[in-house]
Design a protein around this ligand. Structure first.
Ligand code: GNR
Ligand code: NI
Length: 175
């Protein structure tokens, strides 16, 4: 396993659309495992491949609590096939938008279709924070960050602060 550097906004790679994987092979499985290691160290509850500079449609998640056994989810080519009519608001954060949090409204529940680590097609019904996190990760595959769901005023305030932090080398890992 390997820990990978996490890209921080603004970065053009975070705004690109990722490409589907042809199949989940040994190389994609290795990427999934490296992403999980990176996510656990960060720590975070989800991570999308573009956040580590790989423009492939791969995400990982683990919403198990600190006192629970790990429950990693590995997904390639995830697709939302159903969303609930009712919405939920969560105070979201993102490892690529460090130290900033904002309320985002999304469908409260969803069903996601994906290829698992064994290249088997699966579907998962999600609600609560898992549903939010899956939608947040799939957004990354489209080049969308949670701040893109905010008003341009709020988004630009955050982006300016992130840019300033990059220029002064404050906080976090160098790009
Ligand atoms: O660790 C994370 N926490 C989180 C909290 C609320 C909504 C979404 C997330 S995902 C985030 C990790 C991350 O940046 N994934 O892309
Ligand atoms: Ni994120």
């Amino acid at each position: 396993m390997a820990q990978l550097p996490i890209l921080v906004a603004p970065d053009p790679r975070l705004a690109k659309k990722s490409l589907p994987v042809a199949a989940v092979d040994a190389e994609i499985r290795q990427l999934m495992d490296d992403m999980l290691e990176t996510m656990y160290i960060a720590p975070g509850i989800g991570l999308a491949a573009p956040q580590v500079g790989v423009l492939k449609r791969v995400i990982v998640l683990d919403l198990a609590g600190e006192d629970e056994a790990p429950a990693p989810l590995r997904m390639a080519n995830p697709e939302i096939v159903w969303v609930s009519d009712d919405d939920a608001e969560y105070n979201e954060g993102c490892l690529s938008v460090p130290e900033h949090y904002a309320d985002v409204v999304r469908p409260a529940a969803c069903r996601v279709k994906y290829l698992d680590e064994n290249n088997v097609q699966r579907e998962l019904d999600a609600e609560g924070l898992l549903a939010t996190c899956i939608q947040h990760e799939i957004d990354h595959l489209e080049g969308v960050l949670f701040i893109d769901h905010l008003t341009s005023l709020k988004r630009n305030i955050i982006l300016r602060k992130l840019l300033k932090a990059k220029k002064t080398g404050a906080g976090g890992v160098p790009a």
